[in-house]
Design a binder for this molecule. Structure first.
Ligand SMILES: *[C@@H]1O[C@H](CO)[C@@H](O)[C@H](O)[C@H]1NC(C)=O
Ligand SMILES: *[C@@H]1O[C@H](CO)[C@@H](O)[C@H](O)[C@H]1NC(C)=O
Ligand SMILES: *[C@@H]1O[C@H](CO)[C@@H](O)[C@H](O)[C@H]1NC(C)=O
Ligand SMILES: *[C@@H]1O[C@H](CO)[C@@H](O)[C@H](O)[C@H]1NC(C)=O
Length: 534
């Protein structure tokens, strides 16, 4: 099978990913706050609520691997009481919340309805596969079908009595078997894969079926990797070659497609993706503390849906916000041919910097001053933590200072830094550093990582690199080099809120940089779907 094996360090951060052992043992991978799970939000705090990234009106959401459906706690602002909440949208930008679609009610899901996926069966019949927790808290795979096929919103779902479809086999760990994918049709069988692990080896179990009811496990997993821990939210599907962006049916095969496999690593908490067709929904990690989440009345957002396709040379996955997002663009400003000497920062004025879309291209004439890349850095994230924006460099750091207070007491920099490796090859690092994002004391409660990824471009040849950042109060979603590396970062400024938030371009490297072009837009909040119809 032609799987793109490169697991790109593209970090769509999964909230579903904190190991905690509580009195009942390990409860999957969520931190459990039993005392908060049912604390209803009395007041929904508006500070930091995103305005154009989807959030339900209140409480806890995990965008997880479901599109249109999301994991939701109807009773509190932390993980717990998980149901499949349901929202609908025509453009993936304005959403309308409906009643939860799937919630615990049967023996095969009485302890929880967790993630899964929908498949469209022949005759245009949708079916949902999802993980249920049975009375022994075993993870089993169930299915649900619409109660009324002609309801355009598919509001109500039936969970037939012949569930579960798949139970863990004897050699499996019953608490490590979840997140069935969309099924695909291949060689006379339906196939689907479910995340799991054996000892410390992460894997994606493969199943086949002719009728969608009786599923047989393949002897070998679809894919596995030593020492990666539990694999969550696996996904497997085709994309067209030659940079063609058209979305495909998951069963599509042929010489014009490549298949992509994507997985979320539960332990390292990165989503090592490799891709999807259109409307692939990214994950956004909530990094506030549980007490804060309860106080503000909500937690979790959805990333802007992305188009995902294979790069023209066929070795990389590109992601870009769907075009519909551009309908929210309002007031626009430009800043072109701006020189940035070392230590300089220039404000981008005239837009709502707390709620903006920015596209910028930096040009870099000379790479001679690139710093050495330390081979001891474990990964891009380690490199970014060692070389933050306040560590002056050679070529870079240069980029944007988002959600910045006027005097830079707070800021979330999104920047490039160019390194040389021992073989003299250039490496481009993209960082989104939350360390200076808030004046709040730096305690363990708030997670302020330096998110980073390498950007696979030939900077010596291109001599320029682009960046797009979607800034939305507490979310900064960035796309480096046309979507080769994507980072979504949640931050909670105390000064840089609403009108007190500013946007700058900066350079802290000795090599001068030019902002060749920069366009920034104020972003409007989407109308709700009903308003849109009026
Ligand atoms: C099914 O949905 C359609 C469209 O919303 C509605 O007109 C019809 O009454 C529904 N049928 C039942 C049995 O609820
Ligand atoms: C199942 O996995 C959990 C989480 O890693 C682990 O704590 C537990 O010991 C495993 N159970 C068995 C029977 O291996
Ligand atoms: C998500 O945030 C939590 C803290 O709220 C942190 O422990 C976890 O590592 C984060 N996951 C990722 C992928 O950043
Ligand atoms: C640039 O470097 C200087 C010197 O370390 C530092 O004071 C300043 O905060 C840095 N700028 C940014 C945006 O980090």
């Amino acid at each position: 099978m032609d799987i793109v094996k490169r697991l790109l360090p593209v970090f769509l951060f999964a909230w579903c990913c904190v190991f905690v052992i509580n009195k009942n043992g390990v409860e999957a991978s969520h931190r459990i706050y039993q005392h908060l799970q049912n604390v209803m939000a009395v007041e929904v705090k508006d500070t930091h609520r995103t305005k154009y990234h989807f959030q339900p009106p209140h409480h806890w959401i995990n965008a997880d691997c479901t599109t249109y459906f999301y994991q939701y706690n109807p009773k509190g602002s932390v993980w717990g009481n998980i149901v499949w909440a349901h929202s609908v949208s025509k453009d993936l930008i304005s959403w309308e919340a409906l009643e939860p679609a799937i919630y615990p009610s049967k023996p095969f899901d009485i302890n929880g309805c967790w993630s899964g996926s929908a498949t469209i069966l022949p005759g245009n019949k949708p079916i949902i596969l999802y993980t249920g927790l049975d009375p022994e808290k075993r993870q089993v795979q169930n299915y649900a079908i619409p109660k009324n096929d002609t309801d355009p919103y598919l509001r109500e779902w039936i969970k037939p009595e012949d569930n579960p479809l798949v139970t863990p086999s004897p050699e499996m760990n019953v608490s490590q078997f979840r997140d069935p994918t969309t099924a695909w049709w291949h060689n006379g069988h339906w196939r689907m894969t479910v995340g799991g692990k054996r000892k410390h080896r992460g894997m994606s179990y493969l199943y086949r079926s002719v009728d969608f009811r009786f599923w047989i496990k393949a002897r070998h997993p679809l894919h596995s990797a030593a020492d990666t821990g539990m694999w969550e939210c696996p996904d497997f599907f085709p994309v067209l070659k030659n940079g063609n962006k058209q979305g495909l049916d998951t069963s599509k095969v042929g010489p014009d497609v490549k298949h992509v496999f994507k997985v979320s690593l539960d332990e390292t908490r990165y989503e090592y993706y490799t891709l999807g067709t259109e409307d692939f929904v990214g994950l956004a990690n909530e990094s506030d503390s549980a007490d804060e989440d309860t106080a503000k009345g909500w937690a979790g957002i959805q990333a802007i849906p992305r188009e995902v396709w294979l790069s023209p040379e066929g070795k990389q996955v590109l992601q870009w916000p769907i075009q519909e997002l551009e309908t929210l663009r309002g007031q626009k400003v430009d800043l072109n041919n701006q020189n940035l000497e070392q230590g300089k920062h220039v404000e981008v004025k005239g837009i709502t910097a707390a709620q903006a879309d920015v596209e910028v291209t930096f040009s870099v004439a000379n790479m001679d001053k690139a710093e050495m890349y330390d081979p001891n850095w474990k990964d891009a994230q380690t490199a970014c933590a060692a070389k933050r924006s306040n560590v002056p460099g050679g070529v870079g750091p240069f980029g944007l200072l988002t959600l910045a207070s006027q005097n830079l007491e707070e800021f979330t920099p999104v920047f490039f830094r160019i390194f040389k490796s021992q073989d003299q090859k250039l490496k481009v690092l993209l960082c989104s550093d939350a360390k200076f994002s808030t004046l709040k004391p730096f305690d363990e409660k708030q997670y302020r990582p330096s998110f980073a990824g390498l950007v696979d471009v030939d900077i010596a040849k291109d001599k320029k690199i682009s960046l797009r950042s979607l800034i939305d109060h507490s979310a900064v979603e960035s796309f480096g080099a046309g979507g080769r590396t994507c980072i979504l970062c949640r931050v909670y400024p105390t000064l840089a809120i609403n009108d007190a938030a500013h946007l700058f371009v900066f350079n802290n490297g000795t090599e001068p940089i030019t902002v060749e072009t920069l366009t920034a837009w104020s972003m409007n909040a989407p109308k709700s779907m009903n308003e849109g119809q009026q």
